[in-house]
Ligand binder design. Structure first.
Ligand SMILES: Nc1ncnc2c1ncn2[C@@H]1O[C@H](COP(=O)(O)OP(=O)(O)OP(=O)(O)O)[C@@H](O)[C@H]1O
Length: 248
């Protein structure tokens, strides 16, 4: 493949994707192209299929119908190209481990095994913590962090493998509004070099930062955020701006 073709290659390409866990389809005929360098929001109601779509993109599930490519590769061959920040409750905070070791775990997928980190791994962990402005937290036990601090550390863990795509599942669900702004400013800076896919319940908030949202409720429809006005938000969210209860 030529260098030009590589530059033009979409970061994530999904065609005709359908998936079910055995019963009713959770995703049906989903098409989505995330271009390289884009910052895309993925919104939708509870049980709309957002986490399932992320698992398919991460190669943790296989589609029954359709095709996914991550930087031109099948997802299971692209896992080292993606940095993933899980939903906050998915991370066990009572694990007795220091922040710097949590961040180092992000190097494991690159062929290292436990206890065999190289100096370059430790340098990368230090750089990732510096990038999220959390250097001072390096030796803190993970259980002592605030929600916002933990979120930064999980972001550093996602960055330490030097991914080309960053995927975040509800990164600001458990932190207050002022901290949300800080995290989004950080993401905007990271978007200078990374493609970002962000799951959020809060389309009104993320619309201040991004240009396009994909709305997923079994099927998927994309909207430009400058087309998201009062009536559309109403149809996306029902009565509450922070709640989504729409049907396609
Ligand atoms: N492992 C599983 N086995 C069976 N059904 C599942 C499994 N995981 C998810 N589901 C079902 O698939 C549907 C979509 O779930 P998913 O977690 O993808 O939605 P979501 O949009 O991420 O929801 P939320 O916003 O509540 O996190 C739900 O009906 C859920 O119950």
């Amino acid at each position: 493949m030529s260098a030009t073709a590589r530059v033009m290659e979409p970061a994530i390409e999904i065609d005709g994707l359908s998936f079910s866990y055995g019963g009713e389809p959770v995703l049906e005929d989903v098409d989505l192209t995330v271009t390289a360098g884009e910052f895309l929001g993925l919104v939708g109601p509870n049980a709309g299929g957002k986490s399932t779509l992320l698992k398919l993109i991460l190669g943790l599930l296989e589609p029954q119908t359709g095709r996914i490519r991550v930087l031109g590769r099948p997802p299971r061959h692209a896992s080292t190209l993606i940095g993933y920040v899980p939903q906050y409750p998915a991370f066990a905070r009572d694990f007795p481990i220091q922040v710097q070791d949590v961040v180092l775990m992000g190097r494991l997928g690159l062929g290292r095994s436990f206890g065999r980190y190289r100096p370059s791994d430790r340098d990368a962990a230090g750089a990732a913590l510096a990038e999220v402005e959390a250097t001072d937290l390096a030796r803190r036990p993970i259980g002592t962090l605030s929600g916002g601090q933990l979120q930064r550390v999980l972001l550093a863990r996602a960055l330490v493998g030097e991914p080309r795509i960053l995927i975040l599942d509800e990164p600001t669900a458990n932190i207050d509004m002022r901290l949300e702004d800080d995290i989004f400013d950080l993401l905007r800076a990271l978007n200078e070099r990374l493609t970002i896919l962000l799951v959020s319940h809060d389309v009104a908030f993320i619309s201040r930062y991004i240009t396009r949202v994909a709305c997923l409720n079994r099927t998927l429809i994309c909207h430009r955020t400058d087309a998201i006005d009062g009536p559309l938000i109403q149809s996306l969210y029902g009565d509450s701006v922070r709640r989504i209860a729409h049907r396609h």
